[in-house]
Design a binder for this molecule. Structure first.
Ligand SMILES: [Zn+2]
Length: 306
């Protein structure tokens, strides 16, 4: 692209040299124009509430025809979320005129189809500011702008999260016991215990922090032992209940006594070792990725607003 950027900027737009983006508005609709030097093109970017407006069909039809209407348009498309992109081939002297034609036509169509600008990130229709986020141009609402600048610090309710984790872990524990009763090594259910715990924490606590992950892992370790205890109680009930007239409660009460037997301890210990090993093996990747995700979410983005 061999053009002087200053000469192509449409009226009402500003070129931010350092971020390599033009921003401005036409017919009350804000747009971003990004020079794509390598392709010798300009990308006109429109963020609008396409999904919520009734004008999606007509917009798509219009975009489909754009390339035939103007020979300098290389591409016109919609990303299925909130972004319309129109690529304009650079023809040097004609660039300003061509860009102006497209932006005025596009923004007129927005009015016709009932489209409004919306935030790139949360898709809310509100007052927006042009910005770049980690180098990518965007239109952001005030809320997203401050969130991205400071890093997302979602409020977490530890108590509710803990309650959620307990429910989740119990659910996983039921699975452990069922698999164990069916005669299989239940270790793989250790993954279910950890997973359900984290899901439960996130659901009720609204956000899963690192502390939350640690709580879930500790709870899971505890519950795996608990699940083994319950399994043993059920085995006692099934094997001896009829013979000695034991209730389920009696059987559970007998578990500690049975754990005095070296033979039983050996069995239980073997179950637990395999169980914990399988649980760690199965959950390691998902815990690690959640941990990383927390790091990512907390990291502030490099935001430049105009
Ligand atoms: Zn937003």
């Amino acid at each position: 692209m061999n053009v002087q950027m200053g000469n192509v900027v449409p009226d009402g737009f500003v070129f931010e040299r350092e971020q390599n983006v033009m921003h401005g508005a036409c017919n009350g609709i804000a747009l971003l124009i990004i020079p794509v030097m390598a392709e010798d093109q300009f990308r006109i970017q429109l963020h609008a509430d396409v999904e919520r407006s009734g004008g999606k069909e007509r917009l798509l039809e219009y975009l489909g025809m754009l390339q035939q209407r103007h020979s300098f348009i290389q591409y016109a498309g919609y990303n299925g979320m909130n972004m319309v992109s129109v690529h304009v081939a650079s023809r040097e002297q004609e660039d300003k005129e061509n860009l102006t034609i497209v932006i005025s036509e596009l923004t007129e169509k927005c009015a016709e189809f009932g489209l409004h600008n919306c935030c790139t990130r949360c898709k809310n229709v509100s007052l927006l500011r042009a910005a770049t986020v980690d180098g990518a141009p965007a239109l952001l609402c005030a809320g997203c702008l401050s969130q991205m600048t400071e890093g997302a610090k979602k409020k977490e309710n530890v108590l509710l999260g803990l309650i959620g984790a307990v429910f989740g872990v119990l659910l996983g524990t039921v699975l452990w016991v069922l698999i164990g009763q069916a005669g299989f090594i239940a270790g793989i259910a250790g993954y279910a215990i950890v997973f359900c715990g984290m899901k439960g924490y996130e659901l009720l606590g609204k956000n899963l922090s690192k502390a939350g992950i640690v709580i879930c892992v500790l709870l899971s370790c505890l519950m795996i032992a608990g699940a083994e205890f319950v399994s043993l109680g059920i085995v006692i009930f099934r094997e001896l209940g009829d013979m000695y007239g034991l209730t389920l409660g009696d059987s559970f009460a007998l578990v500690p006594a049975f754990l005095q037997e070296s033979e039983v301890v050996g069995e239980v210990a073997k179950d637990l070792v395999i169980g914990y090993a399988l649980a760690i093996w199965a959950s390691y990747a998902s815990v690690k990725s959640r941990w990383k995700q927390v790091d990512q979410e907390a990291k502030p983005h490099d935001v430049v607003s105009f």
